[in-house]
Write a protein that binds this ligand. Structure first.
Ligand code: GCV
Length: 713
């Protein structure tokens, strides 16, 4: 055995994510790689190219067992040549312009070609960042043990802003975070730079993420004070070589809270002056500051409505001073008001569509995938396709607030893809959400996709060993929304666990199944928002107190007749916010897709479903299918023990056991509760509830993670 294979690696703990660079144990693959990777040339003239060099050195030594030397110039065949036409005279001498013209500012070319008449591999791009992305992609290729013969990869991102939104508070709690505390050690910043910051940046860059908001959208204005800006600047310095720009969440009332003004009215001169001065101050600290992400007039947050002003007036106030610096405002479309009697699903559309065309050019509107709130399944948000003059960013939730926190294995690429692939019909068939978001449909200069982070201080970053796949999927889909969920799962599995084909095939199937499983055991057939109050852990279809749009009964509307929210013309008419022919398809009970049935219709318990079963029996069946899926996932995982290190195997196995218990809990609690309306038996072929309805209603859970910030004072 080669010396390096005998080297004892530290036990797997997930820290290295998909950047494990595991030794290549297959001797023929290793020999083939060693043959074509005999030396490397990179002129690391910038911190970004230095990062690329460092990554190559680390990865190749780990994978091949010995360092691949860096040399000054190409003197022999089988050299890896890395750089831009500016950083490398050897690359400048090649005729790569036609290829480089296709990849823009961030894309890359990886190709096998003659350099100075020698057979080499070239990784090149127009910018240093493009080179870094190319290096990460090349290393992914090697980690997946793909062939280097005929290598020719040209890749460029389809979406410009590819972001992670942290909902991290300054006290280090993470709203809806289930993987420990916030990575950002505010107390010790800027003087202590935790090495994790760099590893975090590496992981992000490896999947093309180029922007992060480090603070919660339920914002604390303190982050805009010099004391905190110094700390944010230190993070930005670590992230910069990896092409990651920092954004901050801006609390709309900051001019009052930290600026001593008496108003935050967007039309008041002193307020505009305050923001202008604040923006210049931020750029003094962070010269490549990305801009602001704003949650306003939503769930108690301050905003322009407090002064009778519109969202556009609010967004433009912050956007105006950013123009000169190349910064943007990302204004969230997650706006709804308990005092507005309208269906919550319709409110954002009603408020924002009339403002289309009134936002400044450096404003993007960030829209959640669905019109309510990151439920296991929602129809796509009707704002997509309704605001052609405004760049719309897609916001998805990577953290699993409504999908079993970090104890449930739920692979989210199918959920993200479902939205991206949905046809809005706004400009005829084929007007997909992806084309709205990437800007091609309306020819927008700006485009973006953001995911609410699931990252914390847990050693493996995301809590569940499979949760990192969702971080990975966010980056990969923001780069290329045409990738399939299966191919993303395969990449992630090969790099995270094992390159064995049998393992990859079985584990991919498990991951793909997991999304539909959670829909079935939590909210089948279009049910939504029926979880427990506040912490959202576990079922709570009986929740009926407090503001109505935060209860469950508002959404499921179960009664003696049936169940579901009538959003047709006889109800809230939310269907009218979708374009034809989807609108008509949704409005008709017979053509509405069954997976969205109870989202759009109040359906009698005895209604005959496509399966021939009554609605009640179908509901019982779906809840049971969800449980059965989890049991299948458990069996699949059990069969894969030989392919996975013990620590991670046992961790996943234990969490799947918890998931199975929770799936049963959801099923039993929901069916017992809905049965009080249907008055129908759970068919005998299904497992009967383990406890009484009272038992489930009276369960209490304390200190569920994902709490809100403890405010100072
Ligand atoms: C950050 C949901 C969550 C909140 C979150 C909000 C949002 O309502 O429960 O914790 O607040 O979405 O997206 O702003």
């Amino acid at each position: 055995m080669n010396q390096f294979l005998a080297k004892k690696r530290h036990p797997e703990d997930g820290y290295e994510l998909w950047l494990r660079y595991a030794p290549i144990t297959d001797s023929s693959t290793r020999a083939a790689y060693q043959q074509v990777l005999q030396q490397m040339v990179i002129h690391a003239t910038s911190p970004t190219l230095q990062a690329a060099q460092e990554e190559l050195a680390l990865a190749l030594e780990n994978m091949l067992g010995e360092p691949v030397p860096f040399v000054e110039s190409v003197t022999q065949a089988n050299t890896l040549v890395i750089g831009t036409p500016h950083s490398s005279s050897e690359i400048a001498a090649l005729d790569l312009q036609p290829l480089l013209a296709q990849v823009g500012e961030e894309g890359f070319v990886i190709t096998r070609m003659a350099v100075q008449s020698q057979d080499c591999i070239v990784i090149t791009a127009n910018t240093d960042l493009g080179v870094l992305y190319g290096v990460f992609h090349f290393l992914q290729h090697l980690q997946m043990q793909r062939s280097l013969d005929d290598l020719h990869i040209i890749s460029a991102p389809k979406i410009k802003l590819r972001m992670l939104n942290h909902w991290d508070n300054l006290d280090r709690t993470v709203e809806r975070g289930y993987a420990g505390f916030s990575l950002w050690d505010w107390h010790n910043l800027p003087d202590y730079l935790d090495p994790r910051y760099k590893d975090y940046a590496r992981a992000n860059a490896s999947i093309g993420i180029n922007g992060v908001t480090v603070t919660n959208v339920n914002a604390n204005a303190l982050v805009l004070t010099p004391q905190y800006l110094r700390k944010v600047a230190a993070l930005a310095d670590v992230f910069r070589p990896y092409g990651i720009r920092v954004f901050l969440t801006a609390r709309f009332s900051a001019p009052m809270e930290i600026g001593g003004l008496e108003t935050a009215d967007p039309l008041a001169t002193e307020v505009a002056e305050w923001w202008a001065a604040k923006v210049s101050e931020i750029y003094d600290y962070i010269p490549d500051f990305g801009g602001f992400l704003v949650k306003a007039n939503s769930e108690g947050q301050p905003g322009p409505h407090d002064y009778g002003r519109s969202h556009a007036e609010g967004a433009n106030l912050l956007a105006r001073p950013l123009v000169a610096h190349g910064g943007v405002v990302i204004w969230r479309a997650f706006v709804y008001d308990e005092d507005v009697p309208e269906d919550r699903a319709k409110q954002a559309y009603n408020d924002l569509v009339p403002q289309d065309g009134t936002f400044l050019e450096n404003v993007l509107l960030q829209v959640k995938n669905g019109p309510i709130d990151f439920q296991p399944r929602e129809p796509y948000h009707p704002l997509f396709g309704a605001m052609p003059k405004t760049p719309l960013m897609l916001e998805v939730q990577v953290t699993q607030e409504y999908l079993g926190l970090a104890t449930n294995l739920v692979y989210l690429a199918p959920l993200f893809k479902e939205t991206l692939d949905a046809d809005t019909y706004c400009d005829g068939p084929g007007s997909t959400v992806a084309r709205v978001v990437d800007g091609t449909l309306d020819d927008n200069a700006l485009s973006g996709m953001a995911g609410v982070s699931n990252i914390g201080t847990d050693r493996n970053w995301c809590g569940h060993p499979f949760a990192a796949a969702n971080w990975y999927a966010l980056g990969r889909l923001a780069w290329d929304h045409q990738l399939s969920s299966e191919s993303i799962a395969e990449e992630w599995l090969r790099m995270t666990f094992s390159n064995d084909d049998h393992f990859v095939e079985a584990a991919t199937a498990l991951m793909i199944e997991s999304r539909e499983a959670v829909v079935d055991y939590m909210t089948p057939l279009g049910l939504h928002h029926i979880m427990a109050r506040d912490h959202h852990y576990g079922p709570g279809p009986w929740v009926d107190e407090g503001r109505p749009d935060w209860t469950s009964v508002y959404y499921h509307r179960a009664d003696q007749e049936g169940i579901g929210f009538d959003r047709t013309a006889s109800g809230s008419n939310a269907v009218s916010q979708y374009h034809s022919p989807y609108r008509e398809q949704l409005a008709d009970l017979d053509t509405c897709p069954e997976e969205l049935l109870l989202w759009f219709h109040h359906v009698p318990w005895q209604h005959t479903m496509k399966s021939g079963r009554t609605l009640w029996d179908e509901l019982c069946d779906r809840y049971n299918q969800g449980v059965e899926s989890v049991r299948r996932m458990q069996q699949t995982w059990a069969s894969l023990a030989a392919y996975v290190d013990e620590a991670r195997f046992v961790h996943v196995q234990s969490l799947l056991r918890i998931q199975e218990q929770e799936a049963c809990w959801w099923r039993d609690a929901c069916l017992l509760y809905f049965q009080t309306f249907s008055q129908l038996p759970i068919p005998p072929q299904y497992e009967q509830p383990a406890q009484t309805l009272d038992y489930y209603i009276n369960l209490r859970h304390y200190y569920v993670p994902g709490i809100r910030e403890r405010r100072f004072g």
